[in-house]
Design a binder for this molecule. Structure first.
Ligand SMILES: *[C@@H]1O[C@H](CO)[C@@H](O)[C@H](O)[C@H]1NC(C)=O
Ligand SMILES: *[C@@H]1O[C@H](CO)[C@@H](O)[C@H](O)[C@H]1NC(C)=O
Length: 255
C-alpha cells in the first residue's frame, strides 16, 4: 500500500519533471495579441513534429506583422528518440520560461528551439551568448589549452566541411589517462561561410572564460562548441573515471 502511494505521488510529479530546465534561455519581445500566441503555438507544434524526423526544421505561421518564424535542431549525434523527447520538452517549457514573449530560445544538451517575429532563418546570430565552464582546472594547463585549441580547430573545420551536416566531433588523448572530447555545431540553415564565421566568433571567449578549464561550452543561437575531459557525444565512449561536473554559467548580450 505504501509503495502504491509512493508510485502514485511519483506519477503526479512526472509531468513537472518531464519539462526539464534548459541549460540556457533567451526571452524578449513582450506581446499581448492572441493571434501572435496562436501563431507561436502553431510554430512550436510544427517544429516538434517536423524536426523529430531528421533533426532539423524551420517553419513560419501567420501573416504580415503577426508572423512567427521558428527553427528547431537536435544535436547531430543524438538518436531520433532523444531528439523528439528533447523537442517535446522544449515545447512544454516555452510558456514556463518565456511566457508572452515573441522572441524565445531554449538551449538543451540535445536540442535547440527558437521562434521570433523577425525572420532570422539563414542569418547568423552571434549576439546573445551563454558560456558554461567547469570550475575545475586542468593539470598542466598550458599544454592543455594548446590541446584544446588544436581540437577546436579540428571540430570547427569538420562542421564546415561538406557532408558533415554542420557537426564536428573529435577526441584526442591528452595524457595516458585524460582524453579530450570536443564538438562543434551550426544550425543547418547557415551557409558554410556563415557557419565558419559563427564558430570562429566562439573562440574569442576561450581566453576569457575557458582557459585552463577542464570543460567549457559556448552557446550562440546559430552555433555552439564544447569540450570536456569526459565523453559527452554519441557514440559514447566508456566512462573514464568520475570527472567533476560543476559548471558556472555566464550570459552576455554583446552589442
Ligand atoms: C499590426 O498592424 C495592424 C494594422 O496595420 C495594427 O493594428 C496592429 O496593432 C499590429 N499588430 C502588431 C502586433 O504589431
Ligand atoms: C582555476 O583557475 C582559476 C584561474 O585561472 C582560479 O580562479 C580558480 O580558482 C581555479 N579553480 C580551482 C577549482 O582551483
Amino acid at each position: 500500500m505504501a509503495l502504491a502511494l509512493k508510485l502514485f505521488l511519483f506519477s503526479l510529479l512526472l509531468p513537472l519533471c518531464y519539462c526539464a530546465d534548459p541549460i540556457a534561455h533567451y526571452c524578449a519581445q513582450r506581446f499581448t495579441s492572441s493571434q501572435i500566441q496562436a501563431n507561436i503555438n502553431q510554430v512550436i507544434s510544427d517544429l516538434t513534429t517536423k524536426a523529430s524526423v531528421g533533426g532539423f526544421a524551420t517553419t513560419s505561421s501567420g501573416k504580415e506583422n503577426n508572423t512567427i518564424y521558428g527553427l528547431a535542431q537536435c544535436r547531430g549525434d543524438v538518436s531520433a528518440d532523444d531528439c523528439s523527447a528533447c523537442l517535446a520538452s522544449a515545447a512544454k517549457q516555452f510558456p514556463v520560461t518565456c511566457p508572452k514573449q515573441a522572441d524565445a530560445r531554449l538551449w538543451y544538451d540535445y536540442c535547440f528551439v527558437r521562434y521570433d517575429t523577425d525572420n532570422f532563418i539563414g542569418q547568423s546570430d552571434t549576439g546573445f551568448v551563454t558560456i558554461l565552464y567547469n570550475v575545475n582546472n586542468a593539470t598542466d594547463p598550458v599544454a592543455f589549452d594548446n590541446a584544446v585549441s588544436k581540437i577546436m580547430a579540428k571540430v570547427n573545420a569538420e562542421a564546415v566541411s561538406p557532408g558533415s551536416n554542420s557537426l564536428g566531433r573529435e577526441k584526442t588523448k591528452f595524457t595516458q589517462y585524460v582524453t579530450l572530447y570536443a564538438l562543434a555545431q551550426c544550425t543547418r540553415d547557415l551557409q558554410p561561410l556563415q557557419c565558419a564565421q559563427c564558430l570562429s566568433t566562439t573562440l574569442q571567449w576561450f581566453p576569457i572564460y575557458c582557459s585552463h578549464r577542464q570543460g567549457c561550452q559556448v552557446l550562440y543561437s546559430s552555433c555552439k562548441v564544447r569540450y570536456e575531459i569526459y565523453p559527452f557525444y554519441f557514440p559514447l565512449d566508456g566512462e573514464t573515471g568520475n570527472p567533476a561536473k560543476d559548471y558556472i554559467t555566464k550570459t552576455l548580450h554583446p552589442h
